[in-house]
Design a protein around this ligand. Structure first.
Ligand SMILES: [Zn+2]
Length: 159
């Protein structure tokens, strides 16, 4: 877990896209001992576990590169992004505030694993999982409506 945090922080400080950070293998959706997984809302965690199982049956390994985050860690990510992008307004396109982040309340996951984000973008609604932001293909939340349809993408986290 510490290694994941450090790797992500380093990637952001260096201005690399979070997709680069996803090169970290991430945690198994079944690894409850990892606070990033154990801190997730149970409904979201179950949905991701079911999606990961289905993805695995098609040869796609899905991990969680970032799930639950402490408010302090979210603030650190935002502070780092301000340094990287030059202003709070620019940073907010990529990183939410601790008050706004769904990660802090355990209701968002960033997925890793080769092709896992594309797989979940195409198949996630079967599990209630939706990509939320046009500029973050790895970020998913439980967001389908009563008919199982995902909402339109928001341009970015500042929307
Ligand atoms: Zn995210």
């Amino acid at each position: 877990m510490r290694a994941v945090i450090v790797a992500m922080a380093v990637a952001i400080v260096l201005g690399a896209s979070p997709a680069t950070a996803a090169a970290d293998p991430g945690a198994s959706p079944l690894d409850l001992a990892d606070p990033s997984v154990g801190g997730l809302d149970p409904a979201l965690r179950t949905a991701v576990q079911n999606a990961a199982t289905a993805a695995a049956s098609e040869g796609v390994t899905m991990t969680i590169t970032s799930g639950w985050r402490s408010p302090q860690f979210q603030q650190q990510l935002l502070d780092d992004a301000v340094v990287t992008y030059g202003s709070l307004a620019a940073a907010r396109r990529y990183v939410q505030t601790p008050e706004m982040s769904k990660h802090v309340i355990g209701q968002a996951v960033d997925v890793g694993g080769t092709g896992a984000d594309q797989w979940l973008d195409a198949n996630g609604s079967r599990f209630g999982l939706c990509r939320i932001y046009a500029n973050e293909i790895w970020h998913f939340e439980l967001a389908t409506d009563a008919t199982g349809v995902c909402p339109p993408l928001l341009p970015d986290a500042a929307s």
